[in-house]
Design a binder for this molecule. Structure first.
Ligand SMILES: *Cc1c(COP(=O)(O)O)cnc(C)c1O
Length: 350
C-alpha cells in the first residue's frame, strides 16, 4: 500500500513535537530539561512530578506478548476514542473525504466524524445485523478513506461474519478498514490482529475498558502496520497516557487470572440472564451476544426503561436506533444485580 497517497499531506510532512528527553534514554541523571518540579508531588502515595514515557514502552511490551504482535504495531490512546479521532484527522479532509459507517453501531464514530466535519456515508446492517457487502462496495468511492466495522458489534452484540470482512479487505484497498474489537475478549472469534501482516490497510482497535476492567483509566489500543503507528504517534499529544495510568495498567496486565475469571463469570451470568429472559413472555427476542451485554427486544421498551430508572436500575434504551426498535441494551452485571434486574422486569410486566 502506498500509504502516502492516503494520508493527508500536512500530516505526512508534519514535524512532531520533540522533547529534550527524546535524545536521552536513561532513567538516571540530573533532569533539568522539562521544567518539572524536582521535589515531588505533595500529599501523594507516589511521586508524579516527572513527565511519563511518551511512547509507553512498558505497557506495549506487555501487550505485544499478550497479543503476540510487535511493539511497533501498537498505538495507545486515551481511550479508543482518541485513536478514532486521530485516524480521522490523519486521513480525511473535511471538504473532500468520507467515511463509511454501518448502523446500528458504536456512536463515537459518527460523533468524531462530525467534530472533524467529515462526510459520513451510512450503510445500514442487514436485518440479521450483518454487513451489507454489495451496498458497502457500491458506497465506496475515490474519496472514501475509512470503513468502520465493529465486531462484536455494539449495540447488537453479534459478531460480524468473518467471510464478509475478508471480502471487504480484499476489495477495498484505497483506504483503511478499521475493525473495532472492543468486545473481542468475550467472543469465540480470533482477533484480526493476526491478519495485519496480510492486509496493510487494516487497523484493529481494542480497549482495556471492557473485559480488562480498566474503563476509568482510559486506555485504548490501535494495532496496525508500523507506518500507521508512527504517524499516530507523531500526531498524538506527546504525553497522552499519564504516568499513573501506565503504572496501574502495567500491574493489571500481569494479573491474567483476574481477566480470565472475570470473563468466565460474565459469560455464565450472561447465560443465566438469557435463560431468565426466555421465561418472560413479553421478551420477544434476545439477540445472540458475543459481548458482555444483551440487546433485548421487548414489549413497551420505552416504558420499561423508564420504570427501571425509577427503580435505580440503569439500562440503555436503543429503541430509537435504526433496526433496534423496542430494544434495550443490558450490560451483564454482578449476579445479585442481574437478579434484581430480572425481578424488576417481571414486576413491571405483572
Ligand atoms: C466501549 C467501546 C469502546 C471503548 O472505548 P474507550 O474509549 O476505549 O473506553 C470502543 N468501541 C466500542 C464499540 C465500544 O463499545
Amino acid at each position: 500500500m502506498d500509504y502516502q497517497a492516503y494520508i493527508l499531506p500536512h500530516i505526512w510532512n508534519l514535524k512532531p513535537y520533540s522533547s529534550a528527553r527524546d535524545e536521552f534514554k536513561g532513567n538516571e541523571g540530573i533532569f533539568l530539561d522539562a521544567n518539572e518540579n524536582p521535589i515531588g508531588s505533595g500529599n501523594q502515595i507516589a511521586a508524579w512530578n516527572r513527565y511519563p514515557d511518551p511512547l509507553q514502552h512498558q505497557i506495549k511490551s506487555q501487550l505485544a506478548e499478550i497479543k503476540n504482535c510487535q511493539e511497533n504495531q501498537i498505538f495507545l490512546g486515551n481511550g479508543s476514542d482518541e485513536a478514532i479521532d486521530l485516524l480521522m484527522r490523519m486521513t480525511c479532509a473535511s471538504d473532500k473525504h468520507n467515511i463509511i459507517l454501518c448502523p446500528p453501531t458504536y456512536g463515537m464514530y459518527e460523533v468524531s466524524a462530525s467534530i472533524n466535519n467529515i462526510a459520513i456515508q451510512r450503510v445500514n446492517l442487514t436485518a440479521e445485523y450483518q454487513l451489507d457487502v454489495p451496498a458497502i462496495q457500491a458506497a465506496i468511492n475515490e474519496h472514501t478513506r475509512l470503513l468502520f466495522i465493529c465486531s462484536p458489534n455494539n449495540p447488537t452484540g453479534n459478531k460480524i461474519n468473518r467471510k464478509d470482512i475478508y471480502t471487504l479487505l480484499e476489495s477495498f484497498k484505497t483506504g483503511f478498514v478499521i475493525i473495532d474489537e472492543a468486545y473481542i475478549d468475550f467472543s469465540d472469534e480470533p482477533s484480526f490482529i493476526y491478519e495485519l501482516a496480510k492486509y496493510p490497510q487494516l487497523i484493529v482497535m481494542q480497549t482495556l475498558s471492557k473485559a480488562y476492567g480498566l474503563a476509568s483509566l482510559r486506555l485504548g489500543m490501535a494495532y496496525a502496520n508500523p507506518i500507521i503507528i508512527s504517524l499516530l504517534n507523531k500526531i498524538k499529544p506527546p504525553y497522552n497516557i499519564g504516568g499513573a495510568t501506565q503504572q496501574i495498567v502495567s500491574k493489571a496486565l500481569e494479573d491474567k487470572q483476574f481477566i480470565k475469571e472475570a470473563i468466565a463469570l460474565i459469560q455464565s451470568e450472561k447465560k443465566r440472564l438469557i435463560a431468565e429472559f426466555e421465561n418472560i413472555p413479553q421478551v420477544h427476542h434476545i439477540q445472540p451476544s458475543q459481548a458482555n451485554f444483551l440487546l433485548v427486544k421487548l414489549q413497551d421498551a420505552q416504558a420499561l426503561f423508564e420504570y427501571l430508572i425509577r427503580e435505580k436500575v440503569i439500562t440503555r434504551n436503543r429503541s430509537s436506533v435504526p433496526l433496534c426498535e423496542d430494544t434495550i441494551r443490558i450490560t451483564i452485571g454482578l449476579a445479585a444485580e442481574n437478579t434484581i434486574l430480572v425481578e424488576k422486569i417481571k414486576s413491571f410486566y405483572l
